[in-house]
Design a protein around this ligand. Sequence first.
Ligand code: GPP
Ligand code: MG
Length: 302
Amino acid sequence: MNHQHHHEESPLTIAPADTRNVPLPTQSTYQNRVADYWNAEENPVNLELGKLDDLYHHHYGVGAADHSVLDERDPALRRERITAELHRLEHAQAELLAAHLGPLTPDDRVFDAGCGRGGGSVVANLRYGCHADGVTISAKQAAFAGEQARKRGIDGRVRYHHRNMLDTGFETGAYAASWNNESTMYVELDLLFAEHARLLRRGGRYVVITGCYNDTYGRASREVSLINAHYICDIHPRSEYFRAMARHRLVPVHVQDLTADTIPYWELRREAEHLVTGIEDTFLSAYRNGSFQYLLIAADRV
Ligand code: GPP
Ligand code: MG
């Protein structure tokens, strides 16, 4: 079929000229803008933490924070200790997610949807020995993550792809587990869960950690809107996750409200003058006024 011809003929085709026939991985002007953000992103809060052990995370932290790092008198050492403590909390979040993927064997394959600079797939590989395919819309992130895997000597098992997580082109039913770690707010959940359901084998496990807005608050709060503007994303309500999973053969088996567990991370991060990005107080207000929640959902593909 000639798609170009179809576009010219159909009066119902409303795609603007500059998004027609755009090759993967970006499929809209919006996705191009998101890719631009991540291609340009070099926040010390991500790079300085990642450097510590070459695990580059693009998510927040969970667990009790050691606030004694703030009392360190030597300024350089104080900065180092704060950086290490924030990294420890982010790593704990990645381990929490990975723990819900298993059990997995080295023969299993996992899919990391919105892999960023690659930390999550490395964590899964270290824990289970499994194969991993990470996907990011940012060419720069995919190249960075691939270089990290090469340096670790795991590039035969952990691969990163400059692709669209909604349309990966990967093999149907080939994956034992898959996840989104703070990346669902960039996509339509129906399209996303359709792709996870396609890739996961029957009985496979899907895990998401996300920030969602709280339906009991009403609609998106001012703080939630500020977070959306900061990252160019569109935070979904909590309810939408369960509705969309139910439509795509994903049955929740574990739901955990991590809001209280992530607040210590933000309290410490707001004191880290060398690392702050300016969004810290907004996150704390959003969590404290009840409009925003940090949530983990594990679901089985049936
Ligand atoms: C953190 O990435 C996550 C996102 C940008 C997605 C938005 C997440 C929500 C829960 C709303 P990052 O580690 O690159 O962010 P930062 O640079 O702020 O550390
Ligand atoms: Mg970060």
